[in-house]
Design a protein around this ligand. Structure first.
Ligand code: XUL
Ligand code: CO
Length: 440
């Protein structure tokens, strides 16, 4: 038995909305039934290994503020890697978070020689597997970090160097091995360096074809070793590159269809990436859902005054409600809700790590409760249904059945001579309904 790391933190319990205990859930009540199912089944939460166990506050202007050694004598060692595993599993157990997500290089210090890196990955994944069996905690998804190491400065799948391309392939292969070993439900591609700084030096078509080739090989290998889950693209428009090819869900879905990858892939939608693309989080979820591509969610939020990916813990209940509205209407996720979020740099204590997750989990629990109320209330759905009622019969039904020609419709219009403006969109009424459900 490992000694306790977060000694001042108890197991986090649900105490209800009136509780003033910062280390208790106010809304996340895992067994509470919402629309026929316990909250915890609607909300498979996951811990992001990188932000929670690795990131310690370093930014462009300053060094670490938080202690993430977790008792290890020296950072960047296998002893430290194991201390992170111990801390992570204690953290998730205390919160009741049932999944985690990881990059290859989150779980070990990368070596200069890829063979040694892979040996370390084998060793740590044995250790992680032991903890999983002990606690029942599962892996949501794995991925390879193909953006931090300088070899990826011109991209991974989109690199100009065939040798670097092989390193990307090797990392994906190993990360897929690990994902399968740990029973991960998904495998993510986030193309942080898959884009360009200037078109003056970029063969866009060639780069995109090469990314598709790499993804195709990943699918072939994954299926060969028994990976039955979903591959995900996580769209993001920019940062670190000026332009990234997986700009938004619509762009990524178009890419997958163009290269015949759409049967194996879905979207992993991150809230802050959506807003960077000039969309709402809800928009990206809706685009994914209507295309049968809503897979998983990176649950965080940005700051509307800042133009970069701040990866904040979500506290915006309105946005979480609209997210859960989309998720419920899509019939749930095949993946889960990964908190791709970090404490603010000045929130540098162990207690802050827990309070951040409590905030995020409570925000999504509230979102779920309120979205279920909106659906049960029925006025929004009813309005949308009525709005398109003219397509239910007559000429409208014929159009929907694809049984009309342009000439026929033009003749129909000529017969009518003129047409009235359609019904009001009633936006303000609907916004009022949402407010009354949220705050009434
Ligand atoms: C970066 C980002 C990544 C991916 C995984 O913005 O979201 O952490 O989620 O590589
Ligand atoms: Co993310």
């Amino acid at each position: 038995m490992m000694s306790e790391i977060f000694t001042n933190i108890p197991k986090i319990k649900y105490e209800g909305a009136k509780s003033k205990n910062p280390l208790a859930f106010k809304f996340y009540d895992p067994e509470k039934i919402v629309l026929g199912k316990p909250m915890k089944e609607h909300l498979p939460f996951a811990m992001a290994w990188w932000h929670n166990l690795c990131a310690a506050g370093t930014d462009m202007f300053g060094r670490d503020t938080a202690d993430k050694a977790f008792g290890a004598a020296e950072k960047g060692t296998m002893e430290h890697a194991k201390a992170k595993v111990d801390a992570g599993f204690e953290f998730m157990s205390k919160l009741g978070v049932e999944y985690f997500c990881f990059h290859d290089v989150d779980i070990i210090p990368e070596a200069d020689d890829i063979n040694e890196t892979n040996r370390r990955l084998d060793e740590i994944s044995d250790y992680i597997l032991g903890k999983m069996q002990e606690t029942g905690i599962k892996c949501l998804w794995g991925t390879a970090n193909m953006f931090s190491n300088p070899r990826f400065m011109n991209g991974a799948g989109s690199t100009n160097s065939a040798d670097v391309y092989c390193f990307a392939a090797a990392q994906i292969k190993k990360a897929l091995d690990l994902t399968v070993k740990l029973g991960g439900k998904g495998y993510v591609f986030w193309g942080g360096r898959e884009g360009y700084e200037t078109l003056l030096n970029t063969d866009m078509k060639f780069e995109q074809e090469n990314i598709a080739r790499l993804m195709k090989m990943a699918v072939e290998y994954g299926r060969k070793i028994g990976f039955t889950g979903d591959f995900y693209i996580e769209p993001k428009p920019k940062e670190p590159m000026k332009h990234q090819y997986d700009f938004d869900a619509a762009t990524a879905i178009g890419f997958l269809r163009q290269y015949g990858l759409d049967k194996d892939f879905k979207m992993n939608i991150e809230a802050n990436h959506a807003t960077l693309a000039g969309h709402t989080f809800q928009h990206e979820l809706r685009v994914s859902a209507i295309n049968g591509m809503l897979g998983s969610i990176d649950a965080n939020q940005g700051d509307y005054l800042l133009g970069w990916d701040t990866d904040e813990f979500p506290f915006d209940v309105y946005e979480a409600t609209m997210c859960m509205y989309e998720v419920l209407k899509a019939g749930g996720l095949t993946g889960g809700f990964n908190f791709d979020a970090k404490c603010r740099r000045p929130s540098n204590t162990y207690e802050d790590m827990f309070e951040s997750y409590i905030l995020g989990m409570d925000t999504f629990a509230l979102g779920l409760i309120k979205a279920a109320e909106i659906i049960e209330d029925g006025r929004l759905d009813g309005f949308v249904k009525d709005k398109y009622a003219s397509f239910n019969d007559g000429i409208g039904a014929k159009i929907v059945a694809g049984e009309t020609t342009l000439e026929e419709l033009a003749a129909y219009a000529a017969e009518m001579k003129s047409v009235e403006t359609p019904c009001s969109g009633k936006q303000e009424r609907l916004e009022g309904i949402v407010n009354s459900i949220l705050f009434g």
